[in-house]
Design a protein around this ligand. Structure first.
Ligand code: OSB
Ligand code: MG
Length: 368
């Protein structure tokens, strides 16, 4: 696979509703798209870096600069046997996983299209449909949150995850449980608590949660292992798992019983597959996280979620929950059973809307 050129684009896309986590609220996304031009075939990927360094140190400007000045120059004008091989080439750059993932995943996409294979099969997927859940942000009122949950349950989603932080947690969770005693329910703290909150966190055990995601520091595993011993509820790690070695450490230290995989957080599909493998070997279920992706990232999340150890519903939901008009067609739709079928079409099965992308683009650069 000869990588002739790579195009970077930045799009500005307003979200249909604001999305609030313990670290802040967003109304729109600055989306970086990477296109790898490979002998007549274009592979596309999306970078999940946010508007600011709040989920991780990476953000749009570091991702753009790292792609343009270091990562793309390492892969452009090279010939690679597969998309996967780009990971070793880019490993000279330390960190910057979100930027790396966008470059690597664009090459996997190009490879799938070139080989006329569905991306999910190229990744080693075996599930022909994936299970979907939703992540619901912090709202302005409890009533607003309960209304949103009602809507999503009505749409068929298999699991509800709510964002929590001190002051928006136990009361909210107990109201949800009173109204829906049986649903699969989890929460995500995005590092909003500290070990000194142990007494408070123990009360989460009464809410019958599937998991509590990332309660402590974004870069911690050891303190989570001490906390997990004190809780009945399973801890799921998101931010702390940057690679397969982190996953192995977290599992062996008892820092979590579940792992959330995001290709952007771990540097691309190849590391995501390696984490999946470590978890499978240790009997730890995984699920696919989301980062408010457009259809391009969302389609990649669907493909990844077909690997056999994706045993829990992911944060992979319909385009229309986030976007007035998505940049792929067909839009990503979820069945009334809360599933998305893996399409038996070469590539992702979702085509990019180039004209709409052109209209939304605020900057572009092609590196040859
Ligand atoms: O922790 O999973 C997270 C969104 C922004 C930053 C962090 C997270 C999230 C989500 C969004 O939960 C899930 C989705 O894309 O639907
Ligand atoms: Mg999370």
């Amino acid at each position: 696979m000869k990588v002739e050129a790579v195009t970077l684009r930045e799009l500005r896309m307003p979200l249909k509703y604001f999305f609030e986590t313990s670290f802040g609220r967003v109304d729109s996304r600055r989306v970086i798209l990477v296109t790898a031009h490979c002998e007549g075939v274009d592979g596309w990927a999306e970078c999940i870096a946010g508007d600011g360094p709040f989920f991780s140190y990476e953000w749009v400007e570091t991702a753009w600069a790292t792609l343009r000045d270091f990562l793309v120059p390492l892969i452009v004008r090279t010939t690679l046997a597969s998309g996967k091989d780009s990971a070793a080439v880019m490993s000279r750059v330390r960190g910057h996983n979100m930027a790396k993932a966008a470059a690597e995943n664009a090459l996997w996409d190009a490879e799938a299209r070139q080989k006329q294979l569905p991306l999910w099969k190229l990744l080693g997927g075996t599930l022909s449909e994936i299970a979907c859940g939703v992540s619901i942000g912090i709202q302005d009122s409890h009533e607003q949150l309960l209304d949103k949950i009602e809507t999503e349950l009505g749409a068929g989603y298999q699991r509800i995850k709510v964002k929590v932080k001190p002051g928006w947690d136990l009361e909210v969770l107990s109201k949800i449980r009173q109204r829906w005693p049986k649903i699969l329910l989890s929460c995500d703290a995005n590092s909003a608590y500290r070990p000194s909150d142990l007494k408070h966190l123990r009360k989460f055990d009464e809410c019958d949660l599937l998991m509590i995601e990332q309660p402590l520091w974004h870069d911690d595993i050891y303190q989570h292992s001490k906390l997990q011993r004190e809780l009945k509820t399973a801890i799921c790690l998101d931010e702390s798992i940057r690679n397969a070695r982190d996953a192995e450490m977290a599992i062996e230290l008892g820092g979590c019983r579940i792992i959330n995989i995001k290709t952007g957080r771990v540097g691309g599909f190849s590391e995501a597959i390696a984490i999946h493998e470590v978890c499978q070997r240790h009997g730890i279920p995984v699920w696919c996280g989301g980062m408010l992706e457009t259809g391009i990232g969302r389609a990649h999340n669907i493909a990844l979620s077909t690997l056999p150890n994706f045993r829990l519903p992911g944060d992979v939901s319909a385009s229309k929950r986030y976007w007035a008009e998505d940049i792929v067609e067909p839009e990503i739709e979820v069945s009334s059973r809360g599933t998305i079928p893996a399409r038996d079409v070469a590539g992702t099965g979702y085509e990019v809307k180039t004209e709409l992308i052109r209209r939304l683009t605020v900057r572009t650069e092609t590196i040859r």
